[in-house]
Write a protein that binds this ligand. Sequence first.
Ligand code: GLN
Length: 309
Amino acid sequence: MICEDQLVINKFVKEASKYTKLGEVADYIPALKTADPDTLSFAVFGETSSCLCAGDSNETFTLQSISKVITLALALMDNGVEKVFSKVGMEPTGDPFNSMIKLETHSPSKPLNPMINAGALAVSSMIKGENVDEKLSRLLRFVQDLAEDSTITFNDMVAQSEFDTANLNRSLCYFMKQHGVIDDDVNTLLEFYTKQCAIEVSCSQLAKIGFIIANEGKKLNSNEQLIPTHISKILKTFMVTCGMYNASGEFAIRVGIPAKSGVSGGIMVSVPNRIGIGIYGPALDERGNSIAGMHLLEALSNHYNLSIF
Ligand code: GLN
């Protein structure tokens, strides 16, 4: 028997799918160009231990900017709140995610928040580990624990494709190195960052990670604390203020839920103390958010009264 919620979700996913035609897949990372723009998949996790899904919720895609939330959690667990925020700020920028402008116009020139590329690069430099392999295997283990799947890994082809073309991110790193925000060898940091962004998940796995952040860092029906509560609060706050790039204000008004998107077309959503949602729709709007995913979330938020405001 199909439950009522499944029917509601099927209907909203079908309606939102129409918007895929109005968006375009990201092409500045060459390997992302091959994604099918018509795709829209969805999974929700929480309340019961099974996922409600629509579309191909097992199809995998790379985390891209969604990894910024997870790396921030690990960096905060590794270094503490004070050290991390001595290198990166807490304010939204209103600029595109890869913009350099505020680094230059603000003094001191530390990145304004961890959800823009400059801030995420500074955060990645704080993950503990002797070398890229050690840092990456710690991060992968963390993602595997959150999603309860030890097979999760990164897509080497996507990572290499971004590494080969990441000149803007390289320039952000050099700027920050000049100003003492980071100390790393730039290409070593970029190798880690591009692999972090290329970690592959499905919507169902993303929904589980989103749920843990929603559930104050704990697994469903368990007291196992994978992320300390105070850190899960910080993550949700950044997801509200900066999670949807320079569309975060509009998203807060229209949808009103902590969420983080990536240019692969993924969106991870955490409805506090209720559910986690994973969405994959690679056709993007002009600000880099999944166009159908945004419409789907607005419909779901209105129907289920999910806004936190
Ligand atoms: N890896 C991408 C980049 O640095 C992530 C950006 C994004 O998802 N918005 O450009």
